[in-house]
Design a protein around this ligand. Structure first.
Ligand code: HEC
Length: 108
């Protein structure tokens, strides 16, 4: 009996871990589908800054999500260096909001 309940506990823990990982996976797939990952990585600097570095920079800023969403749609330059971020107007507004929120919260 003891073994069985242990097994049941590990199964429910594994399921919980899996469902917690799913939203992150969905956001990563959205970023991939939206071509963001051509220039960005979650934790490494590529052409553009790492999503985690962006989150660090705007931590505690009240309007970070709105600011980032606008920057994603319109693009811009000069914040991280001289390479411009192209505007991404083809990405739907709802997806931009999801990506901006995800990045602002640390891209986990
Ligand atoms: C062609 C390369 C490229 C693509 C594609 C790209 N980015 Fe960027 N991104 C950059 C660069 C370069 C910067 C730094 C711009 C700067 O210094 O102002 C940047 C900056 C950012 C920032 C920080 C803005 C700031 O003002 O601090 C966010 C957020 C961001 N990108 C999100 C995205 C998302 C989400 C996508 C996909 C929809 C995307 N990027 C697609 C190159 C790219």
């Amino acid at each position: 009996m003891r073994k069985l309940s242990h097994l049941a506990l590990s199964i429910s823990l594994a399921t919980a871990a899996l469902s917690a990982a799913l939203p992150a996976q969905a956001n990563l797939e959205l970023a991939d589908k939206s071509a963001c990952l051509n220039c960005h990585d979650v934790s490494k600097k590529m052409v553009g800054p790492a999503f985690k570095a962006i989150s660090e920079r705007y931590k505690g800023k009240a309007d970070a999500t709105a600011y980032l969403a606008e920057k994603i749609t319109k693009g811009g330059t000069g914040v991280w260096g001289t390479i411009p971020m192209p505007g991404m107007p083809q990405v739907a507004a709802a997806d931009v909001k999801t990506l901006a929120e995800w990045i602002a919260k640390g891209a986990n």
